[in-house]
Design a protein around this ligand. Structure first.
Ligand code: EPZ
Length: 430
């Protein structure tokens, strides 16, 4: 078993470089299924979710050449297999993009239902609605989704999304790239990674307009060639380190970011009394005084991201006053609160609302990461807590954060990853 051991209380000082965006990478890699040629993709984060997607592509017959730590060449020209197995698909939510990629290229796909973090029901009805509108016949049976077209090609159409869904927007965009005719997605998601996927597809020969607005227009093309693409920096990784500085104190230059993508997070940190200075491709985060309360509601971009909700709550636990947090995207994203309470946090949850009463201090304790961002938030809380915090089930965190321990150690955090045999007493782990 591996865990993080944190001795909290050190203010953070120095620089952290942000890696490529996980949620762009896990869509762009399956998007290579649409391309007849070699795609060189740079700035890929080294995280386990990326490894899983590459395994799925290999299983389907893609040729993958690792150029260096953050660059791969992917050639899907010879892919003929359109069935992705249950064993890999169930491990990761974003595996659903394989459906859009296969269906768009071959007009058929057979893919096991996706897995991923558990925060309530995670339907994919909007993806399916989009594929049906594009002319696919869909069967969901025995844990598999089978999608087929009569002619071997999807047909362009108009799709209105009933909920703003990142996954459905990207998946329908993938399917539509090589469809016959034009597709219009209305009420589309506007997240930076939706735009990044569209930019990738356009640089491979697709014809997509409007990504980043709520209406996306895709003119189907017959062929997509290979090319080069570099993934954008990770908005949520950057935001997580911003909250780490806010919670633990200190001054850190967070580099390789697009400050515009961070505005929703920056605005809240400023309100809480944290200094955030925007540079060209960096933000300087400094906390010297006390944290102030803030009310937060998570919403689709450009609102405050749900994937930053647990990390900002970690800060609010230590803020003066009472903050009200409303989760506006997922049904059940407060499972981590029980763990925070072990650190001394004072939080009451009622449905989608959490009321956070700031406390003077958090104190270290053994806690368990229950999903990716909750785990990241536990690191943020552990860095600010007095004494020793041990976090287990860190495989959740490793899904989405490249070199987290090393990046934090470089700014003065006392954090280590240790491996202990299962069943060893927690005292021995330190
Ligand atoms: C993406 O998930 C992200 N994952 C999530 O980040 C993120 O929390 C979420 O978007 C919202 O920003 C990836 O990009 C791989 P949605 P996704 O479809 O696409 C409902 C992380 O920590 N909905 O935008 O699966 C759904 O229940 C992960 O990095 C439907 O009702 O989310 C939710 O309430 C966790 N029907 C809302 O829409 C559908 O068909 C938004 O979901 C699809 C979604």
């Amino acid at each position: 078993m591996t865990k993080y051991i944190i001795h909290g209380g050190n203010p953070l000082h120095g620089e952290i470089a942000i890696s490529g965006a996980k949620n762009a990478a896990v869509a762009i890699l399956p998007a290579t299924l649409l391309v007849d040629g070699i795609c060189r993709i740079e700035n890929i984060p080294q995280i386990s979710d990326v490894t899983r997607i590459l395994e799925i592509l290999e299983e389907l017959g893609a040729k993958i050449h690792v150029v260096n730590r953050h660059t791969v060449d992917i050639d899907c020209s010879h892919v003929r297999n359109t069935r992705a197995s249950y064993e890999i698909m169930r491990q990761i939510r974003a595996s659903y993009y394989v459906i859009g990629g296969l269906l768009g290229r071959f007009g058929s796909a057979e893919v096991a239902m996706p897995g991923g973090c558990d925060f309530g029901v995670r339907p994919i009805d909007q993806h399916i609605k989009g594929f049906i509108a594009l002319g696919a016949k869909i069967d969901v049976e025995g844990g598999f989704i089978r999608a087929e077209t009569a002619s071997g090609r999807l047909e362009g159409t108009q799709v209105y999304l009933d909920v703003v869904s990142v996954g459905a927007t990207i998946n329908i965009m993938l399917g539509a790239c090589r469809a016959r005719g034009t597709t219009i997605i209305e009420n589309a998601a506007k997240e930076p990674h939706v735009v990044d996927v569209a930019n990738f597809l356009n640089s491979m020969g697709a014809d997509i307009m409007g990504a980043g607005t709520d209406v996306i227009k895709i003119r189907g093309v017959d062929y997509m060639k290979g090319g080069f693409y570099s993934i954008i920096p990770d908005q949520i990784e950057a935001g997580t380190y911003m909250t780490a500085v806010a919670a633990a104190g200190g001054e850190v230059l967070i580099q390789n970011v697009i400050p515009k993508h961070l505005e929703c997070i920056t605005a809240k940190l400023l309100e809480m009394g944290v200094d955030v200075e925007e540079r060209d491709d960096a933000v300087l985060v400094r906390r010297t005084g006390p944290l102030r309360k803030a009310n937060i509601k998570t919403m689709p971009y450009p609102g405050f991201p749900t994937d930053m909700q647990p990390q900002i709550v970690a800060c609010l636990c230590l803020a003066e006053g009472t903050s009200v947090v409303t989760e506006g995207v997922w049904d059940n994203r407060y499972r981590y609160v029980a763990e925070f309470k072990r650190l001394g946090a004072n939080i009451r949850v009622d449905g989608k609302i959490a009321v956070v009463e700031g406390v003077e201090r958090l104190t270290g304790a053994p806690i368990r990461a229950c999903d990716l961002r909750a785990g990241a938030a536990m690191v943020v809380a552990g860095l600010a807590a007095e004494g020793l915090t041990e976090i287990d089930s860190i495989y959740h965190i490793e899904r989405g954060y490249e070199s987290l321990v090393e990046k934090l150690q470089n700014v003065g955090a006392d954090i280590q990853m240790v491996t202990v045999p299962d069943g060893v007493d927690k005292q021995q782990a330190g």
